[in-house]
Unconditional design. Structure first.
Length: 585
């Protein structure tokens, strides 16, 4: 027998394996290496220097109180408001630089950035359904078939032969190309070559070869017919890719919004530290004046006034500890939002704001703000894409209601002979043509499955449209609320500044009364401590109002869908590299 078909099949199989193996390996996942930067930088942090708690009264310097009027005992618990911010390496960054670093490095943004590429790969995958496919089928069969006994013509002049065993060897190779058509059909061009040997001989030529070339087409005429229906999956995945681009934008916007809020809160917290530090120093100075006057025998000062000041001092030191911790926490948060390898979260680097808050009044036309939001909010764009997707699904469901009517047809020459050459030659003469045509009709009785799909697709589209209407109202509400917050927060700056100026004047009046030698009675000391606290609170209220005003401005930009543009971040889709869709600049 001839083994040429088997050799050809082996060659084609090897070629296919080589094509499939020519793939680039993905990078190796090494969790330890990804932890290394944070592990190394965390070693820079020094342990806290905490002391034992006092068990007796101590003065503001940590010395134990004694029975002698002017004496001080041993230092048993040094006062501490925690390490000063200046003791740590400080890096001041502008808001725009922090957002730029976050856009390039933030892990949530990068994770969201993969999804459009994944959907882009699905589009390529869908197009692959219309790629031509090369196929090869090779079979060899040997049979010793036992039967009840048959009479065969020997074809060699020796007459008839009777036997109950039929020996046969058959080798067959089918090779060709097939492709799914945009119209929903399939076209296939197949070449078939077969070797046949029988014993006892049943034909003049033994062995004999057959050679067939067949062009076959299958085409739906009703259900699953048409370019739109068969490309619906591609259209839907393209829409999903654009939806994921909107989700990617959402992740970038949320990251920028979180950074804006943390940045101005950090500005506020740093200002709180400055205010509280001044308050602590002023209170300590007040305690020293009272204590020195009492130690020098001043009749207008007793231990009561000294302890009033000492108690206020320790309370304010405790508040300062909290404010310093808040600064560090917000610095950690900014470093986490940036995910910048230059500023690991575990490092001792303290990120502080470099920008001054905006204080100028911003006047907006509400209708213009709402119109801008209607053109830019990602939710509206995303929902429009989902409505388009539901519309495409509904069109496919409508086609699915039709009965199945398929056309099948084939045509091709046939050849046969005692050897391969003659089989190929007779086929190439196109003297023996096989052709066929047929129709296949299927009508589901009731068609409930298709009707159910159609109803579901219609309802899903109606649902998507209703959701869009809800988003329109939400956008209007967000913009209106955000614009009102800008107006309110600016008015609070005005009122808090007026309150701060009044508190400063009241503090100046108290200082003038003290300089005029007004007796330092317990009531006067308490009044001065209260005025110090009131001034500090008014300064903090002003800092909070400034922070809230700048946060409100950012929230208004977010409500309009222009926060990224506001921070000079531009999204651009890279259509040439679907795996890197949604590039940021």
């Amino acid at each position: 027998m001839s083994y040429k078909p088997l050799i050809a099949a082996a060659v084609f199989t090897s070629f296919s394996i080589l094509i499939g193996c020519n793939l680039e390996s993905p990078p190796v996942f090494d969790p330890r290496a990804m932890q290394e930067n944070e592990r190394i930088r965390s070693a820079e942090l020094e342990p806290s220097d905490l002391e034992a708690l006092p068990t007796t009264r101590v003065d503001p310097y940590g010395s134990a109180s004694t029975s002698e009027p002017s004496g001080q005992g041993d230092v048993i618990s040094r006062p501490s408001t925690g390490p000063d911010l200046d003791n740590e390496p400080i890096v001041r960054l502008s808001l725009r630089e922090i957002i730029a670093r976050a856009v390039a490095n933030n892990h949530d943004v990068r994770v969201a950035g993969f999804q459009p590429g994944i959907e882009g790969a699905r589009v390529i995958e869908d197009w692959g359904n219309f790629d031509p496919t090369f196929f090869t089928n090779v079979t060899y069969q040997h049979k010793d078939e036992l039967n009840g006994g048959n009479i065969y013509n020997t074809f060699n002049g020796l007459g008839l032969v009777t036997t109950n065993i039929l020996h046969s060897d058959t080798a067959q190779i089918q090779t060709g190309v097939q492709e799914n058509l945009d119209s929903g059909g399939q076209i296939q061009l197949q070449y078939e070559n077969s070797y046949n040997w029988l014993s006892p001989q049943q034909s003049v030529d033994n062995p004999f070869y057959e050679n067939d070339l067949t062009l076959q087409i299958t085409q739906p005429l009703l259900k699953n017919f048409g370019y739109d229906v068969n490309h619906a999956r591609i259209v839907i995945d393209r829409l999903n890719e654009k939806v994921d681009l909107q989700e990617f934008r959402k992740a970038v916007e949320q990251n920028a919004s979180d950074i804006e809020q943390a940045y101005w809160q950090l500005m506020q917290a740093e200002r709180y530290v400055e205010i509280e530090n001044d308050l602590v120093n002023n209170t300590l100075g007040e305690w020293k004046v009272l204590n020195d006057r009492m130690q020098n025998g001043g009749l207008d000062v007793s231990d009561l006034q000294v302890q009033q000041a000492a108690s206020a001092l320790e309370t304010r030191r405790g508040q300062l500890v909290q404010y310093k911790a808040q600064v560090r926490d917000l610095s950690y948060k900014l470093k986490a939002l940036m995910s910048d390898p230059d500023f690991p979260v575990a490092s001792s680097i303290l990120i502080l704001p470099a920008d001054d808050p905006v204080e100028t009044p911003m006047v907006f036309d509400l209708q213009d703000q709402i119109n801008t939001a209607m053109s830019n909010r990602f939710e509206l764009g995303e929902q429009q894409l989902k409505i388009a997707e539901a519309t495409e699904t509904m069109a496919v469901a409508r086609n699915n209601l039709l009965p199945e009517l398929d056309l099948t047809g084939s045509v091709g020459p046939q050849g046969a002979g005692p050897d391969e050459g003659s089989a190929i030659r007779t086929g190439a003469e196109f003297q023996h043509i096989d052709d066929s045509i047929g129709f296949k009709l299927q009508i589901p009785l009731g068609n409930r499955s298709a009707r159910g799909i159609w109803t579901r697709s219609v309802l899903q589209r109606m649902q998507a449209i209703e959701q869009y209407s809800a988003y329109v109202e939400t956008v209007c509400s967000d913009v209106t609320t955000a614009a009102d917050a800008v107006d309110t927060s600016y008015r609070l700056i005005d009122s808090s500044r007026r309150a701060r100026l009044d508190a400063q004047q009241a503090m100046d009046d108290i200082n003038q009364r003290e300089q005029a030698n007004e007796p330092l009675t317990p009531e006067f000391v308490e009044l001065k401590l209260d005025r110090q606290e009131l001034l500090a609170q008014s300064l903090q209220a002003e800092a909070q109002a400034l922070a809230n005003y700048n946060i409100a401005l950012a929230q208004l930009e977010k409500a309009k869908g222009t926060l990224l543009r506001y921070n000079n971040v531009v999204m651009k889709e890279d259509i040439t590299h679907p795996e890197e869709n949604g590039l940021l600049h």
